[in-house]
Write a protein that binds this ligand. Structure first.
Ligand code: XIL
Length: 410
């Protein structure tokens, strides 16, 4: 049920770098044909074009940075900034070292893409998957009823295709970013119809281009009950199952995820999520995967992540770390960044140890564009690269972990 008989092993996932089997450093053992075929495997010619584009982007970004000079880091997330040229680490890149079938993704922020010279180069070189940080949220996609603004999401999807990256869709049903024109005063039937149209329109628009969707996001309250939202109040608990069924209908090949935070370790909320997913699947609802956001504090990392991922995988679903960042108290100290690196490494390890773990996606890769300082007062520096696009100890730790796994074949 739900998975249509597909293997849940990582090796059956779409993996742009591996699809052509010719990327430097890619494992040479034969891989099974990806059961999920999107994004379409690159042909050898396509791969050459993608590789050339990556190189050109890195070079152009470097030239632009040289042309404008270093501007330091004023920290204003809206401002254009220049940055030193990005050169991949001698140790390799995240996507280059990732094992067969594993996606290493990042959230993408169009401000970074369009304003930061170094951003596109790092994005293309380090990651083989992307998630739109905000561009595919309902409020951005449908500013007025029936009027769709696809440009932001499409830009990310088109770029991902050129970069040979898989696209993870975020997010269809959430209590945030519901457009203003959706009124809580409407009768249930009208709200349900509007939600159905939204899910159907978005999934259909990206059909064949998005390999997985966060169908519902953050549906649980801290105590594990269903969160008190407009959808629960007006439509009742069945809205969750409905959303999955609508999404399945609009794109039968997309993997459908429930996405949650505070469930990375073995918390009471994680117990409730496990229960929810088990019940949904027992009812025949097409839930294919569980996303663990992973917005973490370096001082208070979750415990038992590996075991937690395993117990979800045992339900027959894929699991994924969907929004990883590890915040530290500001100003960041060397010790803080060391702890942060250890937490990043631990989460990656947990995913690597669980065959059903499809991907680790970071919620932005540069401190220049991270949402953390705006939402967690006094915290920041949560990403793998600093605000000047220099790799931090956390990046080195991930490279090291991936390289060690290659050596040992683990
Ligand atoms: C955040 C974005 O990063 C911010 O830019 C935006 O202002 C608010 O949303 N959980 C989620 C994400 O599922 O969509 C959120 O993203 C972070 C928390």
């Amino acid at each position: 049920m739900g998975d249509g008989g597909r293997s849940l092993d990582r090796a059956s996932l779409p993996h742009p770098d591996d699809a052509a089997g010719a990327v430097a450093g890619a494992p040479t053992r034969p891989r099974p044909v990806p059961a999920v075929t999107r994004p379409r495997p690159l042909t050898a010619a396509g791969l050459l074009v993608a590789a050339a584009l990556v190189v050109a982007t890195v070079l152009l970004a470097g030239m632009a940075a040289v042309g404008t000079g270093r501007a330091g880091n004023p920290g204003g997330a809206g401002a254009a900034r220049s940055a030193p040229a990005y050169t991949p680490s001698a140790a390799g890149t995240l996507r280059g070292l990732a094992p067969a079938g594993m996606l290493i993704g990042t959230a993408v922020d169009p401000r970074g893409l369009n304003l930061d010279p170094a951003y596109p180069g790092v994005l293309a070189a380090e990651f083989n998957a992307v998630t739109a940080e905000n561009a595919m949220k309902w409020g951005n996609l449908e500013p007025s009823p029936g009027v769709y603004a696809w440009a932001g999401g499409d830009q990310i999807v088109d770029l991902a295709r050129r970069n040979g990256q898989a696209v993870y869709g975020h997010t269809l049903v959430w209590h945030n970013d519901v457009p203003d024109w959706v009124s809580p005063d409407w009768p249930a039937q009208r709200l349900r119809e509007v939600l159905r149209r939204h899910v159907t329109a978005v999934v259909a628009h990206y059909r064949g281009r998005v390999w997985a969707w966060d169908v519902v996001n953050e549906v649980l309250a801290e105590d594990g009950s269903l969160r008190d939202t407009l959808w629960l109040r007006k439509l009742g608990p069945g809205y969750v199952a409905d959303a999955f069924r609508w999404a399945r209908q609009a794109d039968p090949d997309a993997r459908l995820f429930v996405n949650e935070y505070g469930t990375e370790g073995r918390t009471a909320k994680a117990d409730a999520l496990l229960d929810l997913v088990r019940r949904l699947r027992a009812d025949g609802v097409p839930v294919d995967g569980v996303g663990f956001q992973g917005h973490l504090d370096a001082e208070r990392p979750p415990e038992g992540v590996r075991g937690n991922l395993r117990r979800f995988a045992a339900l027959g679903v894929r699991v994924a770390v969907t929004e990883l960042d590890v915040r530290v108290r500001l100003p960041a100290t060397a010790e803080g960044l060391r702890r942060q690196a250890a937490v990043y490494r631990e989460v990656l390890r947990a995913c690597l140890d669980v065959a059903a773990c499809a991907s680790v996606t970071v919620w932005g890769f540069t401190d220049a564009r991270s949402w953390i300082p705006g939402y967690h007062r006094g915290f920041g520096a949560a990403c793998l690269f600093d605000a000047d696009f220099r790799p931090k100890p956390a990046h080195a730790a991930l490279l090291d972990e991936l390289a060690a796994r290659r050596r040992t074949g683990g």
